[in-house]
Design a protein around this ligand. Structure first.
Ligand code: ZN
Length: 246
């Protein structure tokens, strides 16, 4: 018998599943607000139309579902056969009729949700490998998807803003990004102050240094800037260019 509720009893994972479901609903709402003709319009991601982005988000759900399958079966199933296959899939997906594209997006998300729901409690710590080659527990896939649906809803460029994204998601996102800069040594010496979250302290490699490049703004503004989606909402540091993080 198939369970109608999450099999995991871990409150933290349950909370994260709630957040990814909210994000998925938000993403779908923004997609559904677009007419078929508007799908041909540009996104915030250079070179990608909304068709590319919707195909990507749909195929991303399928790719993450392969990791859930991996944990459930013990048979290694990577997200994508190769980066080239991933890119070709998106290019081809973008040419589908609007109805088929929307169906892919909806159906892939529903399937992924069912896979998560039916994953037994003891399998959430199973180690799987992301497309970037990172070894992570299965529970991390919820966060990977959370990031995708919330950020790409903004990228659709039809009204979603960083301030629509839950604070817990923005906070973790900013931690991921500054952590990646630190790991790669690409932070040129930022001292980042999050004005509405002073408890986060000063972030960045320049924290405490007199030569630091100051960047200040709300959590939403700083997260938008750090993820490469514009600096205009920052209070200071608008001229600074954030390093790549993905
Ligand atoms: Zn993406």
């Amino acid at each position: 018998m198939v369970a109608r509720h999450d099999l995991t009893t871990d409150p933290e994972i349950q909370e994260q599943l709630l957040t990814v479901r909210r994000g998925t609903a938000f993403w779908h709402r923004k997609v559904h607000e677009l007419s078929d003709a508007e799908l041909d319009g540009p996104t915030l991601l250079s070179g990608w139309t909304r068709r590319h982005l919707i195909a990507h988000v749909g195929y991303n759900a399928r790719a993450i579902a392969r990791l859930v399958l991996w944990a459930n079966t013990g048979v290694e199933t990577p997200m994508y056969a190769s980066p080239e296959v991933r890119d070709q899939e998106i290019e081809l997906g973008a040419t589908m009729p609007a109805r088929a594209l929307r169906h892919l997006d909806d159906h892939a998300a529903v399937s992924l949700n069912v896979e998560w729901r039916d994953t037994p409690a003891d399998l959430w710590s199973t180690i799987v490998r992301t497309a970037q080659g990172r070894e992570v527990p299965l529970s991390e896939t919820v966060w990977m998807r959370t990031r995708e649906v919330w950020l790409h809803a903004v990228d659709l460029d039809n009204g979603a803003r960083f301030s629509d994204i839950p604070e817990s998601v923005l906070e973790r996102l900013l931690g991921d990004i500054t952590g990646m800069w630190q790991k790669r040594g690409t932070d040129p010496g930022f001292a980042i102050e999050v004005l509405d979250r002073p408890d986060l302290g000063t972030l960045g490699a320049g924290a405490g240094a007199s030569s630091a490049t100051a960047v200040t703004g709300t959590l939403a503004a700083v997260a938008a800037w750090a993820s490469g989606r514009g600096a205009s909402a920052l209070a200071t540091g608008q001229e600074t260019e954030p390093p790549r993080w993905l």
